[in-house]
Design a protein around this ligand. Structure first.
Ligand code: SAM
Length: 218
C-alpha cells in the first residue's frame, strides 16, 4: 500500500532549502545531504504541522519524544561514515526518520525503540514509504547481541555514559556515535574500535537530546 501523503513541488522545494541551510551550518558530506534531500520529512508529521517539517528544528512525536533536528541527524550521520552494506544498529527509532537516512546511505539497519506506541507506529509507516529496516522493541542500552557485530552504532538519545554492551557489539574498525552527558546537555562522542579492548574516543559539540532510558542508561 502506498503512503497516504504526497510529495509535491512545494515540499521538494522546502527540502532543497533545508539542504542549503544545513550546508551553511557546516554539513559537508554530499551523500548525507543527498539523503536529507530525498527523505520526505513531512511524512512524519501530522498534516496540521507540515509547515514545521522542513524547519531545522526537533519536533514532538508523542510519548514525550521528538523527531531529531535535521542538523543533528545530518551531524550524527556524517560522523558514522557509512559505507554501502554497513550493518548499523540505531538505538532510539523514534519517528523512524533517522533510519530512512541511514538506509538512503546504503546501510542495513537494525533499529530498536523502547516505547511500544512509537514502535507500533513506525513499523507501519516506514514500510509504506518503502523503507524496511529490521525493527525491534526493547531496551537498546544493552544493544542487540543476536545480530552483533555492527559496523556502526548510533544512539539518538542522551546517555550518562557509553554503554559497555555497545562497545562489545561493535566490530573492530567500527564507529559508535553517542551523545554523553547529563540530562540537560550532552557532548557528541565518537568511539572507534581499534582492537577488542582498544578504543579511540573523540569528544565533539554540545547537543540536547531526550534521555536514553534503560538498564545501562538513566
Ligand atoms: N532517531 C529518532 C528519529 O529519527 O525520530 C530520534 C528519536 S528521539 C530523539 C529518541 C528515542 O529514543 C525516543 O523515541 C525514545 O523513546 C528512545 N529511547 C530512549 N531510551 C531508549 C532505549 N534504552 N532503547 C531504545 N530506545 C530508547
Amino acid at each position: 500500500m502506498a503512503y497516504k501523503y504526497t510529495d509535491n513541488y512545494r515540499e521538494q522545494g522546502a527540502r532543497k532549502r533545508l539542504v542549503e541551510e544545513l550546508k551553511k551550518k557546516g554539513i559537508e558530506d554530499k551523500k548525507v545531504l543527498e539523503a536529507i534531500g530525498k527523505v520526505p520529512r513531512h511524512f512524519f508529521f501530522d498534516e496540521t504541522f507540515w509547515t514545521q517539517a522542513y524547519k531545522d528544528i526537533a519536533f514532538p512525536i508523542g510519548e514525550e519524544q521528538t523527531i531529531s533536528q535535521p542538523y543533528t541527524v545530518a551531524y550524527q550521520s556524517q560522523l558514522l561514515q557509512i559505507k554501502k552494506g554497513d550493518k548499523v544498529l540505531e538505538i532510539g527509532t523514534g519517528s523512524g526518520y533517522q533510519s530512512c537516512i541511514l538506509i538512503e546511505l546504503g546501510a542495513k539497519v537494525y533499529t530498536i525503540e523502547r516505547q511500544k506506541k512509537l514502535y507500533d507506529r513506525t513499523i507501519q509507516v516506514l514500510p509504506r514509504m518503502g523503507y524496511k529496516p529490521d525493527f525491534f522493541l526493547g531496551d537498546g542500552s544493552i544493544g542487540i547481541a543476536d545480530h552483533a557485530p555492527y559496523n556502526k552504532i548510533i544512539v539518538t538519545a542522551g546517555a550518562p555514559t557509553v554503554p559497555e554492551q555497545l562497545l562489545k557489539q561493535l566490530a573492530i574498525g567500527g564507529i559508535l556515535v553517542i551523545p554523553v552527558g547529563n540530562e540537560e546537555a550532552q557532548k557528541m562522542v565518537t568511539v572507534l574500535k581499534v582492537g577488542e579492548k582498544d578504543f579511540e574516543k573523540v569528544v565533539l559539540d554540545t547537543f540536547r537530546f531526550v534521555p536514553l532510558k534503560g538498564d545501562d542508561a538513566w
